[in-house]
Design a protein around this ligand. Structure first.
Ligand code: C2O
Length: 544
């Protein structure tokens, strides 16, 4: 009423301001969904109804009486811990379909939060916790309750989730962290899932640069180098800001999937794609189980993977360089999600309640993380020779002969695509970011994957991520439940620090080469806009 009254007496220009701020204030946090009642899933991943727990949804409060849990690396579990873990998944598998805590329903809970299933009354778009800034906090909540559920079914309050240390490339044989932990590949174990690709069983080293379940013949030492440098590119030099690491903002009612943080695409997404089966037959889908959101959490390795995702999030916050904080935005903080507790009762948590893992009373056992310094001695991060060394003169002529970005450009699966983008005037604040927006993925039930390079137009389609010129990856996992992908989807990476790393801070334009690296056949990918801007997060409330 008050707003309307102001509207009647104001001048036209002021009215517009009033209308605009009204529209802005419509941005709100996501209210805790009414699980299981708000579910409408074409993938049949709604949670069991009628629901018979304690009525209502309890608000989570910190529980100081919970024991401290130490999450340990999956490749270093003791015999006792391993037996206990196998017992846990045998028990979760044996729970009836009416129990929200069963492995089947834990998979459903993950599926319904991301695959076109949760509709709020009056809203057009379903809730989507992937490809945006709720990815990290939602999965932390999911792991938190999954861990407490296991502790409960085991009747062992000291139980802690193991983490699969795929980021750890240490050259040890007992076994190393960057193989799928062997206990998960034993067909007689409750940790085993038959719906995986063959290389995740036989070829020990995880290829964080995978093309989606295609086995690679890279050697162990090559893989170690590549994986370290890839993580460095993706989340250290490529994501020194809150916005880049967490992903695009997502408000209540939005069309979800506006753009993931760099970490969500890779290595988080490539680990999924590497474990999934590219030859899965109907009724299964390509890249099931792990490579599809609908079924991923039916593979017990999902939980060890996401414990590590959660650990890397913690580690990222402690990398000294950059602006690595939490999104400073009340809409983000006040969003609530509903989960099932260890007694199968509904509990809602605020995003703000899961930002500090200490308050949730768990921590991670220490393992070295050489990727923080590009896999080399600290201080030598940028010492790796370029794959495509160019004289200053060749850089100038490369820029002069390269065409500008145009929305007509198509990234096919057969040829690299090269274009240039002008840098803005230098700013003393913030981080320079390259953004491609309006990304169109014609078939969202298939994977889409590209890699981007700077000043490397001759890069092969099969190129790897070990070159310093490698700037980042898009890794879109099949999203079967969703009708289509958000047409405003953006892909971003920090460009200023990368240019410094490759000794090209002086250029006025950057030359980008993109190669599509999905398992063939790929898709024809397009985007409407390419721009470079300064990201000031978390010091401002940033917007899509
Ligand atoms: Cu919800 Cu790793 O995905």
């Amino acid at each position: 009423m008050g707003n309307l009254a102001v509207g009647w007496i104001c001048f036209a220009v002021l009215c517009m301001v009033a209308v605009t701020s009204e529209a802005k204030s419509l941005k709100r946090s996501i209210p805790a969904p009414d699980i299981p009642n708000q579910c409408n899933s074409i993938e049949r991943c709604c949670m069991p109804t009628p629901y018979t727990g304690v009525p209502g949804i309890r608000q989570f409060e910190f529980e100081a009486e919970q024991p401290w849990r130490v999450r340990r690396p999956a490749h270093r579990l003791s015999k006792f811990e391993l037996d206990r873990l196998e017992r846990a998944y045998a028990l979760l598998r044996a729970l009836p379909d009416s129990d929200p805590r069963s492995l089947w329903n834990q998979k459903n809970l993950h599926c319904l939060y991301c695959d076109n299933a949760l509709y709020y009354p009056g809203q057009k778009y379903p809730l989507e916790i992937h490809n945006g800034w709720y990815f990290l906090p939602w999965h932390r909540m999911f792991m938190y309750w999954h861990e407490r559920i296991i502790a409960k079914v085991l009747n062992d309050s000291t139980f802690a989730l193991p983490f699969w240390a795929w980021d750890n490339q240490q050259d040890v044989t007992d076994p190393p962290g960057n193989v799928i932990p062997p206990q998960y590949t034993n067909p007689n174990s409750s940790l085993y899932d038959p719906i995986r690709n063959n290389c995740s069983q036989a070829n020990p080293y995880i290829d964080l640069d995978t093309r989606g379940g295609v086995c690679s013949n890279k050697t162990a030492s090559y893989m170690r180098t590549q994986n370290n440098r890839l993580i460095y590119s993706q989340i250290v030099v490529g994501a020194p800001t809150t916005s880049l690491f967490y992903g695009m903002p997502y408000y209540f009612g939005d069309w979800g999937g506006a753009g993931p943080g760099t970490f969500e695409d890779q290595p988080h997404g490539t680990v999924h794609a590497w474990v999934g089966d590219p030859y899965a037959k109907p009724p299964l889908k390509t890249l099931d189980d792990m490579g599809n959101f609908g079924r991923a959490a039916f593979d017990p390795i999902f939980y060890a993977h996401h414990a590590n995702v959660d650990r890397v999030w913690y580690l990222w916050n402690h990398i000294p360089s950059g602006a690595r904080s939490f999104p400073q935005n009340p809409i983000f903080n006040n969003t609530q999600f509903t989960l099932y507790d260890e007694n199968a009762n509904l509990v809602k948590m605020n995003v703000s309640q899961v930002l500090d893992s200490n308050l949730l009373r768990y921590r991670y056992e220490y393992l070295p993380t050489p990727w923080v310094t590009n896999g080399v001695e600290p201080g030598k991060e940028n010492s790796i020779p370029l794959c495509n060394p160019l004289s200053k003169r060749s850089v100038t002529s490369l820029i002069a002969t390269t065409g500008k970005f145009s929305s007509k450009l198509v990234l096919t699966d057969t040829a690299a695509l090269t274009f240039k983008v002008r840098r803005p005037k230098k700013s003393s604040r913030g981080t320079e970011v390259l953004q491609l927006s309006g990304l169109r993925i014609p078939n969202n039930t298939a994977q889409a994957h590209w890699k981007a390079y700077l000043f490397y137009p001759g890069v092969a389609v099969t190129a790897n991520a070990a070159c310093p010129e490698y700037a980042g990856t898009l890794n879109f996992l099949p999203h079967v439940g969703q009708a289509t992908t958000n047409p405003k989807r953006a892909w971003r990476v920090a460009i200023g620090p990368k240019l410094e790393q490759i000794g090209k801070s002086y250029v006025k334009d950057i030359v980008i080469t993109m190669v599509q690296t999905t398992k063939p056949p790929g898709q024809n990918l397009t985007f409407t806009k390419a721009q470079i801007y300064y990201d000031l997060s978390p010091h401002v409330t940033y917007d899509a």
